[in-house]
Design a protein around this ligand. Sequence first.
Ligand SMILES: [Zn+2]
Length: 305
Amino acid sequence: MNNDARAAILAISLVIPLSIFILWSSENNNVTGFSEKRQLKVLASFYPLYEFTKIVGGERIDVSIIIPPGIEPHEWEPTIQDLQKMQSADMIVINGVDFEPWITKLVSVNHDILILDTSNGIPLLEKDKHVFNNKIQNDPHIWLDPVLAKKQIQNIANGLIKIDPQNADYYQENANAYTTKLILLDNKIRNDLSVCLKKDFLAFHDAFSYFAKEYDLNQNTIIGINPSEEPTAVTLQQIVQKAQNLDLHIIFTEEAVNPRVSEVIADEIGGKVLTLSPIEIHEKNSNYIKRMEQNLLNLKEELCS
Ligand SMILES: [Zn+2]
């Protein structure tokens, strides 16, 4: 081998590893930079949890809703595409209390995603007359009690802190700020209702058990736990009778149901139809607290009149 050839080999053996090193280290820098800025990908099952998660996660997370906005969540089932989409998330926020029975399908294919059950630590109420596979079922509508919603907010903060401990203070501050708003809402509901003489109201579906327990009210309902049910003629007659016995004047309906059922009952008793929202679907230009305040105003028409 002549000197020129030896020099060429030496040059190649030096240059190639060096260029690989430069490439590797610049790629590696990019990866590091990306992970510092990367937002966590979080999915929330349905509307109120989407809003709660967005508030706690703020700019650190990219949150999407699983059940499409406007779809009533009680009977929703994911498609294969929905399940595939869920697998790329860092964390999935669910209400829990069997409100998302489909989550077991995801758990069976992917054990690694953090599935955050916001009902952790919340004392549950049994569903009225609902037994499935010999097991008494619990009522899922915890988010409609602001006192329990505070616990859901803290659970979401705990979940985010678990997967992103570097930003623990940020998540906890966001949770604390919103908890203050929930405390104000709770105080307002308590104060406003304290002057009302009546306790009974007629909700459309069985969504206000926790709310009624918290504020010492009696929930009556047109239908059971699922708003898609249709009441029979006999049930309607019984409800009219009940409304008359309890001296009710407001028959409540919901955003996602046909108001006709409530209108028929209201006509029979000479009453009026108003909305009492279970806050299960998204409403444009509104939020959880505004909707709870509107619910309070509408409830007061029944309870304080
Ligand atoms: Zn419901």
